[in-house]
Design a protein around this ligand. Structure first.
Ligand code: PLP
Length: 472
């Protein structure tokens, strides 16, 4: 006698509810513009809507879906709203969403090549495609010693790069004399990676930027710091160049930094988490000049390139250091394919063992948009940004405070921090837009990042009208 399986959905039930869910998501896409970008729920509101204990008996799926509207949507910050100008955007698109559905439907784990060859080989191939699309040097392609992998985040990629660099410099030995370097504008994930890797805070040296100009790292300061450390018997082992800082899209001089890194035998990692997506446009590749001297690069298509979180493309020029740092082989994972040396096992390229079929979403996106479609997305956002920046620059009460080569404008009120903070609060208070802030040279600055898939010229015009109304 077989077991009773009536508590599982049949494929027909899945089909029916699947259609309902796709319909629900499509309706959300149509209606998100009408919702306030930020929620106004008080802390604890969501939990108050939920029963204290889980259901004992199965509930109808209609009730689950209804609670999306009742409990979840009212408590969301709507990252896909066309009035999203905060932080950086988070990518989403039809092909990417459907690919994630397929990935869940297949439910496979790609930790080893042998646990699903398609997961590994599609990923290797799509990462080679992405390297070509971004104009990255041949050394990052999988044909030679290098290759790419999808990490869950830029933070994870930077940590893996640091661990590979530490392995190259010190192997399993002590590493208290090693020193890492990045700019004062670097993303917090660099400092976090240093901490997670067990380095002391003083093993990360923060290099000055050119504050009066573009907030990019000063390579002479980097060279001075590494020389000073070397003279003191320390070992410069890891340098992070920021290709598009989070605060202001400052572009560190990768070429000059790679010369310093090479002279010291240090690993150069390029954090191009957001701005790297611009490299799909050949006319923008000047931003990565000198990248052939880098040892690793990461770019998040889950920010600006239409791909749902999580998708960070991470390339290394020499995969042996990464594998050396991260490979631990227990008996239960041994298999003939791995031992043949003919396959990639991506478990050795990342922190966790298990991994989702993430390459599917990048594959769906690249094929559905084509290189031309991706370039249009980037070019349209940059054009909107430049027009917006011109308007800010022409306003008597506002001042653009940093170069804006891509899709981020930083500006402030000429009256100082107080009116700038008041302007930001007034804009966000309308519910029609969401902007965030940073500090540059000690001053409070409003950031406008234009990169949400739904944002069109009319939405940026709308933002400008609000600014004109509220800037006083
Ligand atoms: N690096 C830069 C320059 C970023 O702007 C960000 C996030 O905004 C990150 C790293 C961290 O990205 P992730 O969330 O993928 O770790």
């Amino acid at each position: 006698m077989g077991q009773d399986r009536s508590h599982h959905w049949t494929p027909d039930e899945f089909r029916a509810h699947g259609h309902e869910v796709v319909e629900w998501v499509a309706r959300y896409m149509e209606e998100v513009e009408e919702l306030p970008v930020q929620t106004s729920v008080a802390p604890g509101w969501v939990r108050e809507q939920l029963p204290p204990s889980p259901p004992v008996a199965a509930e109808g799926f209609a009730d689950v879906l209804a609670d999306l509207d009742r409990v979840v949507v009212p408590a969301l910050t709507h990252w896909q709203h066309p009035g999203w100008f905060a932080y950086f955007p988070t990518g989403a698109s039809g092909p990417s969403i459907l690919a994630d559905l397929v990935s869940s439907g297949l439910g496979v784990q790609g930790m080893l090549w042998s646990t699903s060859p398609a997961v590994t080989e599609l990923e290797t191939h799509v990462l080679d495609w992405m390297a070509e699309l971004f104009g990255l040097p041949e050394r990052f392609r999988s044909r030679g010693d290098g290759g790419g992998v999808i990490e869950e985040s830029a933070s994870g990629a930077t940590l893996c790069a640091l661990l590979a660099a530490r392995w190259r410099a010190a192997g399993d030995g002590p590493f208290d004399r090693l020193r890492a370097y990045t700019s004062s504008q670097a993303h917090s994930s660099i400092e976090k990676a240093v901490r997670i890797a067990g380095l002391r805070p003083d093993q990360l040296r923060v290099i000055d930027v050119d504050a009066a100009d573009d907030h990019a790292v000063r390579p002479d300061r980097l060279a001075a710091a590494t020389a000073q450390d070397r003279a003191a018997g320390l070992v410069p082992f890891f340098v992070v160049a920021n290709l598009g800082t989070t605060s202001s899209t400052a572009l560190d001089p990768v070429g000059a930094m790679s010369e310093v890194a090479r002279a010291e035998g240090a690993w150069l990692h390029v954090d191009a988490a957001h701005a790297g997506s611009a490299l799909v446009c050949p006319e923008l590749r000047w931003i990565s000049e000198g990248i052939e001297g880098a040892d690793s690069v990461c770019v998040n298509p889950h920010k600006w390139l239409l791909t749902n979180f999580d998708c960070d493309c991470f390339w290394v020029a020499d995969r042996s250091a990464l594998i050396g740092a991260l490979s631990v082989l227990p008996e239960y994972l041994r298999n003939a394919a791995s031992e043949s040396g003919a396959v990639i096992d991506y478990r050795d390229w990342q922190l966790p063992l298990g991994r989702r079929f993430r390459a599917l979403k990048l594959w769906f996106v690249v094929r559905s948009y084509g290189a031309e479609g991706l370039r249009r997305v980037v070019r349209d956002h940059i054009e909107l940004t430049q027009t917006f920046a011109e308007r800010v620059a022409a306003h008597p009460l506002l001042k653009v405070v940093a170069p804006h080569p891509l899709n981020l404008v930083c500006f402030r009120h000429v009256g100082g921090d107080e009116p700038t903070e008041a302007l930001l609060a007034a804009l966000n208070g309308t519910g029609r837009v969401f902007l965030t802030h940073t500090r540059l040279d000690g001053r409070f600055v409003i950031r406008v990042a234009i990169g949400a898939q739904a944002t069109e010229a009319r939405h940026v015009d709308g933002l400008w009208e609000l600014i004109e109304q509220h800037a006083q």
